[in-house]
Design a protein around this ligand. Structure first.
Ligand SMILES: O=C(O)CCC(=O)C(=O)O
Ligand SMILES: [Fe+2]
Length: 290
């Protein structure tokens, strides 16, 4: 059984009932994917980009944008102004959606990167660590979160009817139980060195160490990939979904043309912080991690 919760919102600025708000909050914190099957990200102004980007197949897996650094990862020939406008519109619309749907989070959400994913996933050749067709939980090697949650919003903007096909895997408590016993302990000296060498933007806390280890160990373990509990789900074009990708084991198998917005949330802003990866790992390891 795939853990999916559906809400029938049709516009990014729809107001939400208290019942919808609490259903959304609970679903996300419980590790469900919150599916908004009628919420489409309109790319009419930028359809030219979608065609042009076909030519990029095999290159960067995503083009990213944030307000301070602008567009990154696009080829010189691509229209950075049009790309930036599309990305900024996606960031703004997801912010509006979250403020209506998750009002208790709204003031605490920190905006992360926006990405546009122009390349077909299937057949891409990437190192195992970057290969998102393998089940994993998200952890960013150079951007430690210090325990903050990674909440991501995705929209399938494929114009040719192609679904975005995901796998969803075992609950986080099981993932942690499976991998923690063989995971090496973090080293404060190694973390300081990584910071000094600017490999990480801030100090890699023990929490970030364990999350990165889980990400890597899941992806590297082919027996785990083959035998772990997993379900396939297809997100149709025109659909939007959001999920805590630090908690939910996921993989993206097929699909082309998607938008994604990352939001970070302090654990204290959750309705139930005990459901965070931080609390689950601290509980299993019997120590503080941040
Ligand atoms: O591109 C996607 O659909 C999801 C890929 C993924 O796992 C990720 O971005 O963390
Ligand atoms: Fe991921």
């Amino acid at each position: 059984m795939v853990n999916l919760t559906e809400l029938a919102l049709a516009h990014w600025d729809d107001s939400c009932s208290a019942a919808q708000q609490s259903a959304a909050l609970q679903a996300l914190e419980d590790g469900h994917v919150l599916l908004l099957p009628r919420l489409n990200f309109d790319v009419q102004q930028e359809t030219s980009l979608l065609g042009e980007m076909n030519a990029m197949a095999g290159k960067a897996k995503s083009i990213s944008w944030d307000a301070t650094r602008g567009v990154r990862g696009h080829g010189a020939s691509h229209d950075a102004t049009l790309l930036a406008a599309m990305m900024e519109r996606y960031a703004t619309q997801t912010r509006t959606l979250l403020s209506n749907l998750l009002p208790t989070y709204a003031s605490q959400l920190q905006q992360g990167k926006t990405s546009f994913r122009p390349v077909e996933i299937a057949g891409r050749s990437l190192s195992w660590r970057k290969d998102d067709t393998r089940l994993h939980v998200d952890s960013f090697p150079s951007s430690p979160t210090h325990g903050r949650r990674i909440l991501r919003v995705f929209s399938n903007i494929n114009q040719h009817g192609a679904p975005r096909v995901w796998k969803l895997g075992a609950p986080f408590t099981q993932v942690a139980q499976h991998f923690l016993p063989t995971t090496p302990k973090p080293s404060a000296a190694a973390a300081a060195l990584l910071r000094w060498m600017k490999v990480t933007k801030t100090l890699r806390t023990p929490y970030d160490h364990y999350m990165l280890q889980l990400h890597d160990r899941m992806k590297a373990d082919l027996a785990y990939q083959a035998h772990a509990e997993q379900y396939t789900h297809e997100f149709a074009p025109g659909q939007t979904w959001m999920v805590y990708t630090d908690l939910v084991s996921h993989a993206a198998l097929r699909g082309q043309h998607a938008m994604e917005q990352t939001w970070l949330l302090p654990v204290a802003a959750m309705a139930n912080p005990a459901k965070s990866p931080l609390a689950i790992l601290e509980n299993q390891l019997g120590r503080r991690l941040v």
